[in-house]
Design a protein around this ligand. Structure first.
Ligand code: GDP
Length: 426
């Protein structure tokens, strides 16, 4: 069976932890989109890890980790990450890289930086990992597919084309050093030698695995609201963050994705620019940021402090719907135990009218949060394993949110560890 683990919001919902947890029963974990621009933080018996490219299943000896065709593959970062886990005594993971994935080039990272510099205060808050230039090139058909790395003639022809196009921009717009064909070829050869042992016809591998009844997990990066089509465009990422894209980014039939586990955090956080209706500021935000996640809400890739907010039912209802949610995993609930009262955003006020429908970006910019306040539970809920043992006010909070978003919360995460989970049968 194929399951997808995806985010309902802006990312950082705790997908890594949920994937790591579900990976115990999985045979294959697949990354199907995004690149090394976002990260998952995972805490397990080996220690604490920030993964950016490797799927969150790498810690189990029995799983195969797959980099699907939809991923922006930064070969050097992949290798550093493999080293970072094996250095902490994790057994060498079994890795397969799609022959149809494309590679992030060093000039993609440079273009990302140059563009952020050029936009200065008006930037998109890119992590400068080269993701937007990478996907632009992929769709402009001047990207390098892993399969092409093994054909020098193809590479040379394309490298020349890349120089022709990019050097105009480097010279005229950014006033930076131009690219050289030889340097590009050398970089491509380096990547070829590095990935060669892992290259695989991934869609065939997965098709056969499905026939054999294997358990496959598709691991999404970021969340619904960062999707280029359905998110808060243009403050979005450059590849689809939706479970449905798992079919494309992994190369499997869409009807094989039977379960869509959408991860939703018990409060909101976001990185980068863009409308964030339930955002809070000042001491209130600092306190939640400090207590949030596991050791504070700071970006796994950049270390940037995340923007904080109350739980947003409007955004989450939409985020779950657009993912095609079958199950909601409600995470980081333990963090809210310090609050006397917990505000929840249940509607947006736009031009004087209340709505629970998530609008397009222009309207979203005008939205003001309509808050309802729920009583807190004022205690530490970590360690609890049975739903009935949660304090009444805590269950009320969960059930209130569930009603608002309209999708079943079947898992409640009350700590960063693998075992910090409460299953709920509704
Ligand atoms: P992802 O990108 O969606 O995987 O999210 P991140 O890894 O960036 O952020 C989630 C953070 O919350 C990590 O530091 C996790 O260890 C932590 N975390 C996940 N679930 C829980 C939870 O239920 N409680 C607490 N306290 N931390 C959690």
């Amino acid at each position: 069976m194929v399951k997808a683990v995806v985010g309902a919001n802006w990312g950082d919902e705790g997908k890594g932890k949920i994937t790591d947890m579900l990976a115990k029963q999985a045979d294959i974990i697949v990354r199907f989109q995004g690149g090394a621009n976002a990260g998952h933080t995972i805490v397990n018996d080996y220690g604490k890890f920030a993964l950016h490219t490797l799927p969150s299943g790498v810690f189990y000896g029995h799983t195969t980790s797959v980099i699907g065709n939809g991923v922006a593959l930064d070969v050097k970062k992949l290798f550093n990450e493999i080293k970072s886990v094996t250095d902490k005594n994790v057994p060498m993971p079994k890795i397969k890289v799609s022959d149809r994935a494309q590679v992030v080039m060093s000039y993609h990272v440079l273009f990302d930086q140059y563009e952020e510099e050029r936009l200065a205060g008006k930037s998109f808050g890119s992590t400068k990992s080269g993701i937007a230039p990478f996907y632009s090139d992929k769709f402009s058909k001047i990207g390098f597919q892993v399969s092409e790395l093994f054909d020098d003639e193809v590479l040379l022809e394309k490298a020349k084309k890349v120089c022709e196009l990019k050097n105009v921009l480097l010279r005229e717009l950014y006033h930076k050093d131009e690219l050289k064909v030889d340097d590009i070829m050398a970089e491509l050869h380096e990547y070829r030698d590095m990935v060669a042992p892992y290259v695989c016809d991934v869609s065939k591998f997965l098709y056969e695995a499905i026939q054999e009844g294997k358990e496959i997990l598709l691991e999404g990066q970021l969340g619904s609201l960062k999707d280029p089509d359905h998110g808060i465009y243009p403050m979005v990422t450059s590849s689809s963050t939706l479970a449905s894209y798992g079919a494309i980014g992994a190369g499997i039939p869409p009807y094989e994705i039977k379960k869509i586990i959408t991860v939703c955090k018990a409060y909101s956080s976001a990185v980068g620019a863009g409308a964030f209706v339930s955002e809070i500021f000042g001491d209130e935000a600092d306190e939640l940021r400090k207590r949030g996640g596991d050791g504070g809400e700071f970006g796994a890739t950049t270390g940037r402090p995340r923007r904080m907010g109350w739980f947003d039912c409007v955004a989450s209802k939409y985020g779950c719907r657009i993912q095609g949610t079958t199950d909601v995993a409600f995470t980081v609930l333990d963090v809210l135990g310090y609050l006397d009262e917990i505000p929840v955003c249940t509607a947006y006020e736009i031009d004087g009218e209340l709505t629970t429908d998530f609008p397009t970006t222009v309207k979203l910019e005008k939205a003001k949060p309509h808050l309802e306040v729920l009583p807190g539970w004022k205690c530490d809920i970590r360690g609890i394993r049975k739903y009935e043992e949660l304090p009444q006010n805590c269950r009320n909070y969960i059930e209130f949110v569930e009603k608002q978003i309209g999708f079943p919360i079947t898992m409640v995460s009350n700590g960063p560890g693998r075992d910090d989970i409460i299953y709920r049968n509704n």
